[in-house]
Ligand binder design. Sequence first.
Ligand code: ASP
Length: 423
Amino acid sequence: MTKLKLHWQILIALVLAVIAGTLTGTEGALFGLRFYDVYAFVGQLFLNALKMLIVPLILSSIIVGIGGIGSGGALGRLGGRTLLYYAATSLIAILIGLVVVNAVAPGVVDGQPAREVIGLSEEAAGAVAARVEGRSAGDLVDIFLRMVPTNIVAAAAEGQMLGLITFGLLFGFFMTRIEEAYAEAMYNFWQGVFSVMMRITEWVMRFAPIGVFGLVAKVVAGTGLAAFVPLLWFFLSVLAALALHFGLVMPLLLKGVGRVSPLRHYRAMAPALLTAFSTSSSSATLPLTMECVEKNAGVSNRTSSFVLPLGATVNMDGTALYECVAAMFIAQAYGIELGFGAQFTIVLTALLTSIGVAGIPAASLVAISIILAAIGLPAEAIGLILAVDRVLDMCRTAVNVFSDSCGAVIIARLSGEKDILRK
Ligand code: ASP
C-alpha cells in the first residue's frame, strides 16, 4: 500500500477535527475525560514541539544564510530584493483590504453604523467620536526598539524574534570577517546546528496530522456559530480580501516574476499552509515552511535560510490586510467617516505594525489597538471583532506563510536558481 502524502493526511485530520469538534463541543466526555481537554493536550504538545525548534532554527539559519553569501555585494542584492518583495506584497495586501472594506462596508447595517447590532452602547460610541482626531501611535516606536535587544538570551526566552534576527544578521556578517580557522569552525558549527534542527523538524512533521487534529478540534469545539452572525459581513470581507491575495496576486507574481507554476507551488507548500492554518502562528510553522520550500519547491538553502526566518517575522501580508480591514470596520461600526488622511494613516500603520509584530496567535490584536490609537479610537473597540478573530487568525497566518514562501521562490529565481518547482 502506498503511503498517503503528508498533506492529504493533514487534510483528512482537519476534516475529522471539524466533525469531532462539532460532535463533542466543550462538554462531551467519555469516562469522565473531556474530549476538549484531549484536543487541547494533543494540540499543545505539537505546538510546543514546533516552538522548541524556533530559537535555534532562526539563529542558525540566519547565521548560516548570511555567512554563506560571501561578498557584501551579493548580500546587498539578496537583502534589497527581499525587502522590496516584503514591502511591495504587504502594501498590495493592505490596499486589497482597503478596497474590499470600503466596497462592502461591513460596519454599516441598513445604512446605520453596526455598533448596536454588535452590542455597543450609544454613549460609548459618542465618547469615541469625540476622541477621534490627531492621535499619535507612540507604541509603534516600542516595537522597533526591540529590534536591538539589550540581552540576547532574554530576547530568545521571550520570543522576541526581531531582536534575534538582528543579532543573527550581525553574527553571520562578522563571522566571516575573522581569522580563517575560527571563521571556518564557526561556520561548520552553525551549519551543524542548522542541519540538526532540520532533521528534528522532519521528525516532528510526521506528527502534524495528529497535532492539527487536536488544534482544530479544539477551536471548532470552543467557537459557537452564533458569535459569527452579527459579524458575518466583516468575516466574509476579510476572507474575500485574503482569498484575492492568496489566489490571485500571489500566483500572478509567481508566474509573472518567478516564472514558475503556481499550482506546483501550492502543492509543494500544502503541509506548511495547513499547519499555519491550524497553529495560527507563522513562527511556529517556520520549521515546516523551510522544509517545504527546500525539499518540495527546491529552493537553495542559501536563499531560504535568509528569506524565510526574516519573512516569518517581518513579512505578514495576511496580518497587514486584516489590520486594515479590522480598523476600518471598527470605525464604520462606530459611525465614523474616515477621510483620505485617516485611511492613509491606517495603511501606513498597518504596514509598519505588520513588520513589527511577532508571528504568534492573535498578534494582530496588539497591532490593531495601535492603529486604533493612531486614528483616535479607544483600544476597547477591539472587543467588536474578538468573536471571529481566532478563525480569521488561522486564515491570515496561512496567507502570511504563503507569501514568505512565494518570496523565497521568486527571489531564488531572480538570483538565477534553476531547479525550482520542477516536479
Ligand atoms: N497569527 C499571525 C501569525 O503568526 C499573526 C497575526 O496576524 O495575529 O502570522
